[in-house]
Design a protein around this ligand. Structure first.
Ligand code: ZN
Length: 199
């Protein structure tokens, strides 16, 4: 049953499609928006639309950015011979926040998951292998310590065996099943410092 006008019902329904937003929260957000000054609502909606339309993947590392090549890949202050492999852009941001990692990244856009039918061809692994044909000293695998993250790490280390590239895995001081983005910076740095050789 429609308690509100059609436009308000639609707004609540759209907000309810966002992750972590249930029916009650959607209603609360909708009413908050309806009480905001019109100018502020316009700024918010324009920010959403502009971010969405300019969003793209970096041609080099496949992180989410609004440029052809992201600021990290285009920086000459970064060590381009060290590549940290992460599952998504939020993991990259988590490591960037430590301010202590000076290499570059490769964002897989997921992890191998046989259960969900996600194989090596479904994430950005081929693009990683192409990058590794260049001048690379070390690949640091920083996928999550979930079944999927571990399967992905194993796949990468097997593929890179005998290539002469050093392959390391961040230490499992990271809680099992923990998403990288929720782990504090000290733990992340420890995990990086204590990384172990895979090949
Ligand atoms: Zn990049």
């Amino acid at each position: 049953m429609d308690y509100y006008s059609k436009t308000i019902t639609k707004l609540i329904a759209e907000l309810g499609h966002l992750p972590g937003v249930g029916q009650k929260s959607a209603q609360r957000l909708a009413f908050h928006i309806l009480h905001m000054p019109e100018e502020q609502v316009r700024t918010l909606s324009e920010a959403i639309l502009t971010a969405r339309t300019s969003a793209r993947y970096c041609r080099e590392c496949f992180t989410l950015t609004d440029e052809d090549i992201c600021p990290i890949c285009s920086s000459d202050k970064r060590d381009h011979k060290t590549i940290m492999v992460v599952e998504d852009t939020r993991d990259l941001v988590a490591y960037e926040k430590t301010g202590q990692y000076h290499g570059v990244y490769h964002v897989l856009q997921g992890a191998i998951s046989p259960l969900q039918g996600i194989g090596p061809a479904d994430i950005r692994l081929k693009e990683l292998m192409i990058r590794l044909q260049g001048d690379v000293d070390e690949v640091i695998i920083a996928t999550n310590s979930t079944v999927e993250g571990e399967a992905t790490a194993t796949f990468i280390s097997k593929t890179l065996k005998d290539t002469g590239i050093r392959v390391t895995r961040i230490a499992s001081g990271v809680p099992v099943g923990g998403d990288l983005e929720y782990i504090d910076e000290v733990t992340l740095l420890k995990a990086l410092e204590n990384r172990k050789e895979l090949n």
